[in-house]
Design a binder for this molecule. Structure first.
Ligand SMILES: Nc1ncnc2c1ncn2[C@@H]1O[C@H](COP(=O)(O)OP(=O)(O)OP(=O)(O)O)[C@@H](O)[C@H]1O
Ligand SMILES: [Mg+2]
Length: 405
């Protein structure tokens, strides 16, 4: 098949989807903002054709350039796995009359208020929330919803500009800090643990499912610099405490009219055992989550995704063999990494269960931990036993220390 894939080389995991499609024997037509010469070799080898555009997020401009480039050619599929482009992919699909999710369906995955309204209309539990545009609307919503509450952009990503407000003073601070945000969602703060529900779907039915546990919740991991965020995929999806979340997830897919491809949902498990919807995207999770899912079952979901969106089939073995923990590290101090402590000890302790170690090396400039969960690198460790995977992950979180100057 001829698959037009938006952003085939950026963010970096897109390289693997491009590779997966090519390995299945499909023609991959890439559209991205990286100059052709700057594409990674693996992408160059995997693409059949490439259109470089100056502003990938300018939908009108990209649509016009793609139309001019394609001329009379029409691809069989148009897809994207990157959140800012899922709507553009849907618009292009509608323009060319191709199968896949409609603009309206994708809107339900993109606009956090429409999303919650559609999920709630299906009788599923979502945080009480209001769409707000002005300071007055925020204050009125806060009055109605009460504290603690969450104020976050309608089309947010990466937890940017997301604030938890415990009282009026914190709300004032959040209002000040979000002046540049056009539209926000003001919602009830849900106590409890936070998990993902990740799927590959064919016709809205899950052919692959995954759950990962955030330790701690992203909003906490994002507000305290010394925390090393840990995310562990859960091997045993049959355990009773997860069933409300799995059921919620499948029902959310129905409510939003999911068709083919990846989804990445976040949900809360309250102390009472209730599952409450957080948010969902019709694309894979970022920050190496798909690598973690691959390590969980020793499979290649990058390629399986290609099979799903072309042949509408999934072939990998979904047996879950491991709990896979990823630990993001943040150096102490600013500037360049100067040294790493405790890594040797941890590597010896975790031994054969370590699957990746990619901490930034001394001499490298620190990444901005507020902008990217990737922080200053990560380690990945897995184990068939949950407690052991948890212990080894936290041994890395507390035992490995990075310094910068
Ligand atoms: N109603 C809520 N109750 C409790 N916590 C919440 C609520 N809404 C958001 N959060 C916290 O804030 C985080 C970021 O919110 P959300 O996932 O909606 O935004 P985002 O910017 O899309 O984040 P990301 O791209 O990191 O997933 C959540 O992962 C969760 O920890
Ligand atoms: Mg989120």
């Amino acid at each position: 098949m001829r698959v037009l894939f938006l952003a085939p080389s950026y963010p970096p995991e897109m390289i693997q989807y491009t590779r997966g499609l090519a390995e299945l024997g499909h023609e991959v037509w890439g559209v991205g903002d990286t100059p052709k010469d700057g594409l990674p070799d693996l992408v160059k080898r995997s693409l059949t054709a490439y259109l470089s555009v100056p502003r990938l997020l300018d939908e009108g401009d990209v649509m016009a350039r793609v139309a001019a480039w394609l001329g009379r050619r029409v691809p069989d599929r148009i897809v994207s796995n990157w959140e800012p482009l899922v709507l553009l992919a849907a618009r292009l699909r509608e323009h060319y009359g191709l199968p896949g999710m409609s603009v309206d369906a994708v809107n339900g995955f993109r606009d956090k208020q429409i999303m919650k309204e559609r999920v709630a209309a299906a009788g599923l539990r979502v945080p009480r929330s209001k769409r707000v545009r002005t300071e007055a609307e925020v204050r009125a919503a806060a009055e109605e919803i009460g504290y603690p509450l969450i104020l976050k952009p309608i089309a947010g990503a990466g937890s940017a500009d997301t604030f938890r407000c415990r009282d009026a003073a914190e709300l004032d601070a959040a209002i000040k800090a979000t002046r540049h945000v056009q539209e926000a969602s003001c919602e009830e703060y849900i106590e409890g643990d936070e998990f993902t529900f990740d799927t590959l779907c064919v016709g809205g039915q899950t052919v692959y499912e995954n759950v990962a546990h955030y330790l701690p919740k992203p909003i906490e991991a994002r507000s305290v610099e010394w925390i090393s965020p840990v995310i562990i995929t859960v091997r045993d999806l049959t355990q009773p405490k997860l069933q409300p979340g799995l059921t919620l997830g499948r029902n959310v897919l129905k409510a939003l009219g999911m068709v083919d491809g990846f989804t990445h949902m976040e949900w809360f498990l309250t102390p009472k055992g209730e599952a409450i919807f957080g948010e969902i995207g019709c694309r894979p999770g970022g920050a190496h989550l798909v690598d973690q899912m691959n390590y969980t079952s020793d499979i290649d979901l990058f390629r399986e995704w290609g099979r799903v969106i072309t042949d509408r089939r999934f072939e990998a073995n979904t047996e879950r063999k491991y709990n896979v923990g990823i630990v993001f590290k943040r150096a102490q101090g600013q500037g360049r990494i100067t040294r790493i402590e405790g890594l040797g000890n941890w590597l010896r302790e975790a031994g054969q269960w370590v699957v990746e170690e990619s901490l930034l090396r001394p001499g490298t400039q620190r990444r901005n931990w507020k902008n990217t969960l990737l922080s200053d690198g990560h380690v990945v460790v897995r184990h068939p036993d949950w407690d052991e995977a948890y212990r080894l992950s936290f041994a890395a979180a507390t035992g490995i220390k990075m310094y910068a100057e």
